[in-house]
Design a protein around this ligand. Structure first.
Ligand SMILES: NC(=O)c1ccc[n+]([C@@H]2O[C@H](COP(=O)([O-])OP(=O)(O)OC[C@H]3O[C@@H](n4cnc5c(N)ncnc54)[C@H](O)[C@@H]3O)[C@@H](O)[C@H]2O)c1
Length: 265
């Protein structure tokens, strides 16, 4: 390879790259010629636990160690769907802390891009107080409030809550100093039901399948494969995306249109 060609390779970070949507995205980006730096709990370049501030700092250091201080794109796919405080720790703080810490490296790139994964769940009921604590970046409070929900047997609401908090972070951050004004689009994809290990437990029982079909009706093609969401992310972080920012793009087979209808606009 000539030196010029080496310079043109985009270095891209994908968290959650060991499985599901993140793994599918890493494959698409690699095929397209990008150099992907994966972050996850196992089987990637940078092994780190995004549920803790220390783990996030290790992730950021590990990524920056593998670059020359310039990142073309950062995509946060790591997430969990557990009835525990982990869900808020990983899905909100594990995303925003890493994205914000990597922003200066993005700002040094020619055509930087950022994206995160929200969910169709961000259109479902959530806990306002936890979303507010997330917006204040008060992790101790957000986790204490989350623990209260767990103790009241309402741990499942933490998933939608984490995704509402994340979608709102994306929406306010995309136009905050250092993002749009530095040429960095920041968007989210909101998948419906995607066949990944995350839904394995629900998929294993007729009740779980019925629950998902009822809460996330997908008249277009039914449940998705990981590549459906990954291709949308790949576009959002491509050089071709010059003007889409602050958007939550549902990749949901019509679930949002079915449940929220035309008055969502
Ligand atoms: N599968 C779905 O139906 C669906 C629907 C909407 C949104 N999503 C979102 O898509 C994203 C990807 O999920 P998926 O379906 O591919 O699931 P997945 O379980 O296949 O992949 C998630 C990855 O995140 C990693 N991860 C989890 N906790 C981590 C931690 N503490 N530190 C580092 N990495 C961690 C896991 O190891 C795994 O590799 C998640 O944010 C999820 O909330 C999924």
């Amino acid at each position: 390879m000539h030196e010029e060609e080496v310079d043109m390779v985009r270095q891209v970070v994908v968290t959650g790259a060991a499985s599901g949507i993140g793994k599918a995205l890493a494959a698409i980006l690699t095929d397209r010629g990008d150099r992907v730096i994966g972050v996850d709990l196992h089987d990637v370049d940078v092994v780190a636990d995004l549920s803790t501030p220390e783990g996030r700092a290790e992730a950021v250091a590990g990524v920056l160690d593998r670059t020359d201080g310039v990142l073309a794109a950062a995509v946060a796919c790591a997430g969990v769907s557990l009835p525990s405080t982990q869900t808020v720790a990983v899905n909100y703080f594990g995303v925003v802390d890493v994205m914000e810490a990597l922003r200066p490296a993005l700002a040094r790139a020619e055509q930087p891009r950022g994206a995160v994964i929200a969910s169709i769940s961000s259109t479902q009921p959530f806990v306002d107080e936890i979303v507010e604590a997330c917006a204040d970046h008060d992790e101790a409070r957000a986790l204490a409030l989350s623990q209260e929900q767990v103790e009241q047997g309402r741990g499942r609401i933490l998933y939608s809550t984490s995704k509402v908090a994340l979608a709102r972070w994306m929406r306010r951050t995309c136009i905050a100093p250092g993002w749009a004004d530095a040429g960095i689009p920041l968007n989210a994809v909101g998948p419906g039901v995607v066949r990944t290990p995350m839904i394995a437990e629900l998929e294993s029982s007729p009740e779980g399948i019925e629950l998902m079909n009822k809460s996330v009706p997908m008249p277009l093609h039914g449940w998705a494969e990981p590549a459906a969401a990954a291709h949308a992310l790949a576009y959002l972080v491509s050089p071709e995306n010059t003007h889409v920012t602050g958007q939550l793009l549902f990749v949901d087979g019509g679930a949002d249109a079915t449940t929220r209808g035309e008055t969502a606009y």
